[in-house]
Design a protein around this ligand. Structure first.
Ligand SMILES: [Zn+2]
Length: 182
């Protein structure tokens, strides 16, 4: 273990690493985390060790992401590994770029939009469509005027059924009309 400078002893010292439980305020949430602290072996003063700070940051980011329902860095990495892809290739397919994937796997907090994209891509069928570029084919998208019609119909059905809208019936109606709903 390399020595670090202790501001109290005013010299390079050996340090020990202890685990502490802390409640930390990060962004808009309080998260409970188990982080590491480096302490001077001579005087017990808390020291700055880059490596430990980085590790702690990752723990805090992930705890935050978990708390607010975003994918953790590890989960993002696991989704990528599920497809056996490099960060570069995965980033390319998702349209996010290699750097973004690297940052997210290293702890950065993603936006809700990016989170949604990655979650959708954790399902193979969605990912496959993106990979094959079949989302580029927009022929399955309905003509504009169909949409208001559908919404009105949905509202009417909802009103008629009042209690609950039966999805099965709904799908049946759509098939009849040959209109795709996404
Ligand atoms: Zn010291």
């Amino acid at each position: 273990m390399k020595q670090v400078f202790c501001g109290q002893c005013f010299k390079l010292v050996d340090y020990e690493v202890v685990e502490v439980e802390k409640e930390i305020h990060f962004k808009d949430a309080d998260v409970k985390v188990k982080i590491k602290e480096a302490k001077c072996k001579d005087c017990g003063f808390e020291l700055d060790v880059d490596e430990i700070t980085r590790e702690n940051d990752l723990i805090i980011y992930d705890a935050y992401k978990e708390k607010v329902g975003l994918l953790t860095s590890k989960q993002i990495k696991n989704i990528r590994l599920k497809y056996n892809l490099t960060q570069k290739k995965f980033g390319e397919i998702l349209g996010l770029g290699e750097k973004t994937i690297t940052r997210l796997e290293n702890g950065d907090v993603q936006s809700k939009a990016i989170d949604n994209l990655i979650k959708l891509c954790s399902e193979y069928s969605n990912f496959y469509k993106l990979k094959e570029g079949s989302f580029i084919d927009s022929s399955f998208i309905t003509e504009d005027y169909e949409i208001p019609k559908l919404i009105i119909k949905m509202q009417t059905m909802n009103y008629q059924n009042n209690t609950n809208l039966k999805i099965g019936k709904w799908e049946e109606e759509n098939e009849k009309q040959q209109v795709a709903v996404y």
